[in-house]
Design a protein around this ligand. Structure first.
Ligand code: PLP
Length: 387
Protein backbone atom coordinates (compact mmCIF):
# COMPACT_ATOMS: atom_id res chain seq x y z
CA UNK A 1 0.00 0.00 0.00
CA UNK A 2 1.01 3.59 -0.52
CA UNK A 3 -0.80 5.92 1.89
CA UNK A 4 0.39 9.54 1.83
CA UNK A 5 0.21 11.63 4.99
CA UNK A 6 -2.11 14.11 3.35
CA UNK A 7 -4.29 14.20 0.23
CA UNK A 8 -6.47 17.04 -1.06
CA UNK A 9 -10.07 16.13 -1.89
CA UNK A 10 -10.92 17.91 -5.17
CA UNK A 11 -14.08 16.22 -6.41
CA UNK A 12 -16.41 19.22 -6.21
CA UNK A 13 -16.84 22.43 -8.20
CA UNK A 14 -13.16 23.48 -8.06
CA UNK A 15 -12.51 23.10 -11.78
CA UNK A 16 -15.68 24.80 -12.93
CA UNK A 17 -15.22 27.80 -10.58
CA UNK A 18 -11.56 28.16 -11.61
CA UNK A 19 -12.66 28.05 -15.25
CA UNK A 20 -15.11 30.87 -14.59
CA UNK A 21 -12.22 32.95 -13.28
CA UNK A 22 -10.01 32.15 -16.27
CA UNK A 23 -12.82 32.96 -18.69
CA UNK A 24 -13.53 36.25 -16.91
CA UNK A 25 -10.03 37.46 -17.79
CA UNK A 26 -9.56 38.91 -14.28
CA UNK A 27 -7.26 36.63 -12.35
CA UNK A 28 -6.47 38.64 -9.26
CA UNK A 29 -8.74 39.68 -6.39
CA UNK A 30 -12.32 40.34 -7.51
CA UNK A 31 -15.81 38.87 -7.25
CA UNK A 32 -14.80 35.31 -6.31
CA UNK A 33 -12.72 36.57 -3.39
CA UNK A 34 -15.60 38.80 -2.26
CA UNK A 35 -18.04 35.90 -2.52
CA UNK A 36 -15.68 33.61 -0.62
CA UNK A 37 -15.33 36.23 2.11
CA UNK A 38 -19.09 36.62 2.44
CA UNK A 39 -19.84 32.90 2.58
CA UNK A 40 -16.99 32.26 5.03
CA UNK A 41 -18.23 35.05 7.32
CA UNK A 42 -21.74 33.56 7.21
CA UNK A 43 -20.35 30.10 7.98
CA UNK A 44 -18.41 31.06 11.10
CA UNK A 45 -20.83 33.81 12.16
CA UNK A 46 -18.35 36.71 12.12
CA UNK A 47 -19.03 40.28 11.10
CA UNK A 48 -15.93 41.11 9.08
CA UNK A 49 -13.52 39.00 7.04
CA UNK A 50 -10.46 39.61 4.91
CA UNK A 51 -9.28 36.93 2.49
CA UNK A 52 -5.50 36.81 2.26
CA UNK A 53 -2.75 34.73 0.65
CA UNK A 54 -1.82 32.73 3.79
CA UNK A 55 -2.59 32.34 7.45
CA UNK A 56 0.84 33.80 8.15
CA UNK A 57 -0.24 37.00 6.35
CA UNK A 58 -3.47 37.03 8.35
CA UNK A 59 -1.50 36.67 11.61
CA UNK A 60 0.83 39.49 10.57
CA UNK A 61 -2.10 41.77 9.71
CA UNK A 62 -3.78 40.79 12.99
CA UNK A 63 -0.89 41.67 15.29
CA UNK A 64 -0.31 44.90 13.35
CA UNK A 65 -3.99 45.85 13.47
CA UNK A 66 -4.30 45.43 17.25
CA UNK A 67 -1.27 47.66 17.68
CA UNK A 68 1.42 45.22 18.81
CA UNK A 69 4.72 47.12 18.86
CA UNK A 70 8.42 46.72 19.48
CA UNK A 71 9.20 45.06 22.85
CA UNK A 72 5.55 44.14 23.51
CA UNK A 73 5.17 40.70 25.09
CA UNK A 74 2.77 38.16 23.61
CA UNK A 75 2.06 34.69 25.02
CA UNK A 76 2.56 31.86 22.49
CA UNK A 77 2.54 28.10 23.14
CA UNK A 78 5.88 26.56 22.24
CA UNK A 79 4.08 23.63 20.56
CA UNK A 80 3.17 25.42 17.34
CA UNK A 81 4.36 26.30 13.87
CA UNK A 82 6.89 29.11 13.65
CA UNK A 83 4.35 31.41 11.94
CA UNK A 84 2.53 31.90 15.28
CA UNK A 85 5.65 33.54 16.75
CA UNK A 86 7.52 34.92 13.73
CA UNK A 87 4.85 37.55 13.00
CA UNK A 88 5.59 39.08 16.41
CA UNK A 89 9.25 39.34 15.50
CA UNK A 90 8.31 41.17 12.25
CA UNK A 91 7.14 43.97 14.57
CA UNK A 92 9.97 43.67 17.08
CA UNK A 93 7.62 42.21 19.71
CA UNK A 94 8.67 39.27 21.89
CA UNK A 95 6.96 35.89 22.18
CA UNK A 96 6.71 34.58 25.74
CA UNK A 97 6.56 30.83 25.25
CA UNK A 98 4.26 28.67 27.38
CA UNK A 99 3.85 24.96 27.94
CA UNK A 100 0.65 23.10 26.97
CA UNK A 101 -1.44 20.39 28.61
CA UNK A 102 -0.14 16.89 27.78
CA UNK A 103 -3.36 15.17 26.63
CA UNK A 104 -5.00 17.91 24.56
CA UNK A 105 -1.80 19.76 23.58
CA UNK A 106 -3.65 23.00 24.24
CA UNK A 107 -3.07 25.85 26.65
CA UNK A 108 -5.40 25.75 29.65
CA UNK A 109 -6.84 28.53 31.81
CA UNK A 110 -4.34 27.54 34.54
CA UNK A 111 -1.37 27.81 32.15
CA UNK A 112 -2.55 31.24 30.96
CA UNK A 113 -3.14 32.49 34.52
CA UNK A 114 0.29 31.43 35.63
CA UNK A 115 1.91 33.00 32.53
CA UNK A 116 0.11 36.29 33.25
CA UNK A 117 1.27 36.18 36.88
CA UNK A 118 4.87 35.81 35.73
CA UNK A 119 4.45 38.46 32.99
CA UNK A 120 1.90 41.01 34.21
CA UNK A 121 2.79 43.38 31.34
CA UNK A 122 1.84 40.90 28.62
CA UNK A 123 -0.20 42.57 25.84
CA UNK A 124 -1.75 39.68 23.95
CA UNK A 125 -2.19 35.94 23.62
CA UNK A 126 -1.61 33.94 20.45
CA UNK A 127 -4.16 31.21 21.04
CA UNK A 128 -3.42 28.09 18.98
CA UNK A 129 -6.20 25.56 18.38
CA UNK A 130 -3.81 22.63 18.08
CA UNK A 131 -4.96 19.92 15.68
CA UNK A 132 -8.40 21.52 15.26
CA UNK A 133 -9.69 21.46 18.84
CA UNK A 134 -10.47 24.68 20.71
CA UNK A 135 -9.23 25.07 24.29
CA UNK A 136 -11.58 26.08 27.12
CA UNK A 137 -12.60 29.47 25.72
CA UNK A 138 -15.25 30.57 28.23
CA UNK A 139 -16.97 29.01 31.25
CA UNK A 140 -20.17 30.00 33.08
CA UNK A 141 -18.08 31.15 36.07
CA UNK A 142 -15.84 33.32 33.87
CA UNK A 143 -12.75 31.13 34.18
CA UNK A 144 -12.18 30.33 30.51
CA UNK A 145 -9.16 31.59 28.56
CA UNK A 146 -11.10 34.37 26.84
CA UNK A 147 -12.63 35.42 30.20
CA UNK A 148 -9.21 35.55 31.87
CA UNK A 149 -7.72 37.60 29.03
CA UNK A 150 -10.62 40.07 29.03
CA UNK A 151 -10.29 40.57 32.81
CA UNK A 152 -6.59 41.27 32.40
CA UNK A 153 -6.94 43.53 29.36
CA UNK A 154 -5.05 41.07 27.15
CA UNK A 155 -5.91 40.96 23.45
CA UNK A 156 -6.52 37.59 21.83
CA UNK A 157 -5.34 36.59 18.38
CA UNK A 158 -6.59 33.12 17.55
CA UNK A 159 -4.24 31.08 15.39
CA UNK A 160 -7.00 28.92 13.95
CA UNK A 161 -4.86 27.53 11.12
CA UNK A 162 -6.15 24.06 12.09
CA UNK A 163 -9.58 25.05 13.33
CA UNK A 164 -12.08 25.16 10.53
CA UNK A 165 -14.78 24.09 11.07
CA UNK A 166 -14.29 23.93 14.85
CA UNK A 167 -16.76 24.81 17.57
CA UNK A 168 -16.60 25.69 21.23
CA UNK A 169 -19.96 25.46 22.95
CA UNK A 170 -22.27 25.85 20.03
CA UNK A 171 -20.34 28.62 18.30
CA UNK A 172 -17.83 28.29 15.51
CA UNK A 173 -14.30 29.44 16.18
CA UNK A 174 -14.14 32.88 14.58
CA UNK A 175 -16.00 35.11 17.02
CA UNK A 176 -14.35 34.55 20.42
CA UNK A 177 -11.08 36.48 20.38
CA UNK A 178 -10.30 39.91 18.92
CA UNK A 179 -9.13 38.41 15.63
CA UNK A 180 -9.09 34.86 14.27
CA UNK A 181 -6.80 33.67 11.48
CA UNK A 182 -7.47 30.58 9.37
CA UNK A 183 -5.22 28.70 6.94
CA UNK A 184 -6.19 27.25 3.57
CA UNK A 185 -2.79 25.70 2.90
CA UNK A 186 -2.98 22.50 0.84
CA UNK A 187 -3.16 20.06 3.78
CA UNK A 188 -5.81 21.99 5.72
CA UNK A 189 -9.46 20.98 6.18
CA UNK A 190 -10.42 23.23 3.27
CA UNK A 191 -7.81 24.59 0.88
CA UNK A 192 -7.24 27.31 -1.68
CA UNK A 193 -3.74 25.97 -2.50
CA UNK A 194 -2.23 28.76 -0.43
CA UNK A 195 -4.51 31.14 1.41
CA UNK A 196 -5.89 32.40 4.66
CA UNK A 197 -8.70 34.38 6.23
CA UNK A 198 -8.70 37.03 8.91
CA UNK A 199 -11.98 37.25 10.82
CA UNK A 200 -13.11 39.83 13.39
CA UNK A 201 -16.17 41.47 14.88
CA UNK A 202 -14.26 44.71 15.47
CA UNK A 203 -14.80 47.26 12.71
CA UNK A 204 -11.67 49.29 13.46
CA UNK A 205 -9.44 46.20 13.37
CA UNK A 206 -11.07 45.12 10.13
CA UNK A 207 -10.56 48.51 8.47
CA UNK A 208 -6.90 48.59 9.43
CA UNK A 209 -6.29 45.00 8.27
CA UNK A 210 -8.08 45.61 4.98
CA UNK A 211 -5.97 48.65 4.18
CA UNK A 212 -2.72 46.96 5.21
CA UNK A 213 -3.63 43.87 3.16
CA UNK A 214 -3.08 45.90 0.01
CA UNK A 215 -0.10 48.27 0.31
CA UNK A 216 -1.87 50.65 2.70
CA UNK A 217 -4.05 51.76 -0.22
CA UNK A 218 -7.40 53.12 0.84
CA UNK A 219 -9.40 51.36 -1.89
CA UNK A 220 -9.42 47.85 -3.29
CA UNK A 221 -7.65 47.54 -6.64
CA UNK A 222 -10.71 45.95 -8.14
CA UNK A 223 -12.94 48.78 -7.00
CA UNK A 224 -10.37 51.18 -8.41
CA UNK A 225 -10.58 49.61 -11.85
CA UNK A 226 -14.32 49.04 -11.95
CA UNK A 227 -15.66 52.14 -10.25
CA UNK A 228 -17.14 54.77 -12.56
CA UNK A 229 -15.97 57.58 -10.32
CA UNK A 230 -12.39 58.91 -10.76
CA UNK A 231 -11.21 55.37 -11.38
CA UNK A 232 -7.47 55.99 -11.38
CA UNK A 233 -7.26 57.71 -8.04
CA UNK A 234 -6.08 56.18 -4.81
CA UNK A 235 -4.17 57.24 -1.74
CA UNK A 236 -1.58 55.43 0.38
CA UNK A 237 -2.14 55.92 4.10
CA UNK A 238 0.44 53.47 5.51
CA UNK A 239 3.34 51.27 4.29
CA UNK A 240 1.19 48.15 3.87
CA UNK A 241 1.73 44.66 2.53
CA UNK A 242 0.70 42.64 -0.54
CA UNK A 243 -1.44 39.94 1.01
CA UNK A 244 -4.65 39.81 -1.06
CA UNK A 245 -6.14 36.48 -2.18
CA UNK A 246 -6.33 36.07 -5.98
CA UNK A 247 -9.65 34.94 -7.48
CA UNK A 248 -8.13 31.71 -8.83
CA UNK A 249 -7.48 30.64 -5.23
CA UNK A 250 -10.82 31.98 -3.97
CA UNK A 251 -12.59 29.91 -6.66
CA UNK A 252 -11.02 26.75 -5.23
CA UNK A 253 -11.99 27.92 -1.74
CA UNK A 254 -15.63 28.45 -2.73
CA UNK A 255 -15.88 24.88 -4.01
CA UNK A 256 -14.16 23.55 -0.88
CA UNK A 257 -16.39 25.58 1.43
CA UNK A 258 -19.46 23.88 -0.07
CA UNK A 259 -18.13 20.58 1.27
CA UNK A 260 -16.55 21.77 4.51
CA UNK A 261 -18.90 19.92 6.84
CA UNK A 262 -18.67 16.75 4.75
CA UNK A 263 -14.86 16.95 4.88
CA UNK A 264 -15.00 17.42 8.65
CA UNK A 265 -17.30 14.42 9.09
CA UNK A 266 -15.00 12.27 6.98
CA UNK A 267 -12.00 13.32 9.03
CA UNK A 268 -13.98 12.45 12.16
CA UNK A 269 -14.65 9.01 10.65
CA UNK A 270 -10.86 8.49 10.48
CA UNK A 271 -10.39 9.71 14.07
CA UNK A 272 -13.18 7.44 15.32
CA UNK A 273 -11.54 4.47 13.57
CA UNK A 274 -8.20 5.23 15.21
CA UNK A 275 -9.76 5.66 18.67
CA UNK A 276 -11.57 2.32 18.40
CA UNK A 277 -8.69 0.36 16.96
CA UNK A 278 -5.76 1.79 18.89
CA UNK A 279 -7.34 2.19 22.32
CA UNK A 280 -5.85 -0.99 23.77
CA UNK A 281 -2.27 -0.28 22.73
CA UNK A 282 -0.33 0.31 25.97
CA UNK A 283 2.71 1.86 24.27
CA UNK A 284 0.96 4.92 22.87
CA UNK A 285 -1.19 7.73 24.19
CA UNK A 286 -4.10 8.81 22.03
CA UNK A 287 -5.11 12.46 21.71
CA UNK A 288 -7.73 13.70 24.16
CA UNK A 289 -10.90 15.17 22.70
CA UNK A 290 -12.67 16.80 25.65
CA UNK A 291 -15.70 18.13 23.83
CA UNK A 292 -18.12 16.48 21.42
CA UNK A 293 -16.30 14.83 18.48
CA UNK A 294 -18.42 17.04 16.16
CA UNK A 295 -16.80 20.21 17.51
CA UNK A 296 -13.33 19.16 16.35
CA UNK A 297 -12.12 19.78 12.79
CA UNK A 298 -9.80 16.74 13.05
CA UNK A 299 -7.07 18.47 11.10
CA UNK A 300 -4.58 16.28 12.98
CA UNK A 301 -4.68 12.95 14.75
CA UNK A 302 -1.43 12.92 16.72
CA UNK A 303 -0.47 9.97 18.89
CA UNK A 304 2.39 9.92 21.39
CA UNK A 305 4.79 6.98 21.52
CA UNK A 306 5.53 6.41 25.21
CA UNK A 307 9.11 6.41 26.51
CA UNK A 308 8.91 2.67 27.37
CA UNK A 309 8.22 1.68 23.73
CA UNK A 310 10.92 -0.51 22.17
CA UNK A 311 11.61 2.02 19.40
CA UNK A 312 11.98 5.77 19.23
CA UNK A 313 9.59 8.14 17.49
CA UNK A 314 12.03 8.60 14.59
CA UNK A 315 12.47 4.85 14.15
CA UNK A 316 8.70 4.45 14.22
CA UNK A 317 8.30 7.01 11.45
CA UNK A 318 11.01 5.32 9.35
CA UNK A 319 9.41 1.91 9.74
CA UNK A 320 5.96 3.23 8.86
CA UNK A 321 7.52 4.79 5.74
CA UNK A 322 8.98 1.43 4.68
CA UNK A 323 5.44 0.05 4.92
CA UNK A 324 4.19 2.80 2.60
CA UNK A 325 2.58 4.97 5.27
CA UNK A 326 3.29 8.70 5.40
CA UNK A 327 3.31 10.33 8.83
CA UNK A 328 4.46 13.69 10.17
CA UNK A 329 5.48 15.53 13.35
CA UNK A 330 3.56 18.48 14.83
CA UNK A 331 5.72 20.01 16.10
CA UNK A 332 9.34 20.28 16.94
CA UNK A 333 8.63 22.92 19.61
CA UNK A 334 9.75 26.49 19.08
CA UNK A 335 11.88 26.44 22.25
CA UNK A 336 14.06 23.87 20.41
CA UNK A 337 14.40 25.91 17.24
CA UNK A 338 17.78 27.62 16.94
CA UNK A 339 16.43 31.14 16.38
CA UNK A 340 14.06 31.20 19.36
CA UNK A 341 16.35 29.14 21.61
CA UNK A 342 19.29 31.48 21.03
CA UNK A 343 17.36 34.75 20.99
CA UNK A 344 15.48 34.03 24.22
CA UNK A 345 17.90 31.63 25.92
CA UNK A 346 15.17 29.00 26.32
CA UNK A 347 15.48 25.90 28.48
CA UNK A 348 13.57 22.68 27.59
CA UNK A 349 13.07 22.01 31.32
CA UNK A 350 10.63 24.94 31.40
CA UNK A 351 8.32 23.09 28.98
CA UNK A 352 7.88 19.62 30.53
CA UNK A 353 4.61 18.62 28.81
CA UNK A 354 5.72 19.96 25.44
CA UNK A 355 8.97 17.98 25.80
CA UNK A 356 7.04 14.79 26.61
CA UNK A 357 4.86 15.33 23.55
CA UNK A 358 7.80 16.23 21.30
CA UNK A 359 9.74 13.09 22.24
CA UNK A 360 6.93 10.79 21.12
CA UNK A 361 4.62 12.65 18.78
CA UNK A 362 3.55 11.23 15.40
CA UNK A 363 0.69 12.55 13.27
CA UNK A 364 -1.22 9.84 11.41
CA UNK A 365 -2.90 10.27 8.01
CA UNK A 366 -6.38 11.88 8.28
CA UNK A 367 -8.33 12.96 5.20
CA UNK A 368 -11.72 12.44 3.61
CA UNK A 369 -10.47 10.01 0.95
CA UNK A 370 -8.80 7.65 3.43
CA UNK A 371 -10.57 4.32 3.02
CA UNK A 372 -11.54 1.76 5.66
CA UNK A 373 -9.02 -0.82 4.38
CA UNK A 374 -6.28 1.82 4.48
CA UNK A 375 -7.18 2.75 8.07
CA UNK A 376 -7.16 -0.94 8.95
CA UNK A 377 -3.70 -1.35 7.35
CA UNK A 378 -2.34 1.70 9.20
CA UNK A 379 -3.57 0.37 12.56
CA UNK A 380 -2.16 -3.10 11.85
CA UNK A 381 1.22 -1.63 10.92
CA UNK A 382 1.28 0.52 14.07
CA UNK A 383 0.69 -2.58 16.19
CA UNK A 384 3.30 -4.60 14.27
CA UNK A 385 5.86 -1.80 14.49
CA UNK A 386 5.46 -1.36 18.22
CA UNK A 387 5.56 -5.00 19.22
C1 PLP B 1 -0.50 26.52 13.85
C2 PLP B 1 -0.19 27.15 12.52
N1 PLP B 1 -0.22 28.49 12.40
C3 PLP B 1 0.02 29.10 11.24
C4 PLP B 1 0.32 28.40 10.10
C5 PLP B 1 0.62 29.13 8.83
O1 PLP B 1 -0.31 28.85 7.82
P1 PLP B 1 -0.03 29.25 6.32
O2 PLP B 1 0.81 28.19 5.70
O3 PLP B 1 -1.39 29.33 5.68
O4 PLP B 1 0.64 30.57 6.33
C6 PLP B 1 0.36 27.00 10.16
C7 PLP B 1 0.67 26.23 8.95
O5 PLP B 1 0.56 25.05 8.86
C8 PLP B 1 0.10 26.36 11.39
O6 PLP B 1 0.14 25.02 11.50
Amino acid sequence: MNIPFSKVPLAGNELSYVNEVLESGWLTTASKALQFEKLFADFVGAKYVCAVNSCTSALHLAVEAIGIQKNDKVLVPSLTFTASAEVLRYLGADPIFTDVEYGTRLVTPAIIKSAINSNPDVKALMLVHYGGQAPVMTTPDGEGIVDICRKNNIRIIEDAAHAFPTKFGNRFIGSFGDITCFSFYANKTITTGEGGMLVTDDEAIFKRAKIMRLHGINRDIWERFTSHKSSWEYDVVAPGFKYNMPDVNAAIGLAQLEKAEYFREQRQRCATYYFENLKDLPLIDLPICFGPMEHHSWHLFAITIKPNAPISRNEFIERMATKGIGTSVHYKPLHRMTYYKDTYNLNPADFPNTERIWNGTVSLPVYPELKENELEYICQMIKETLT
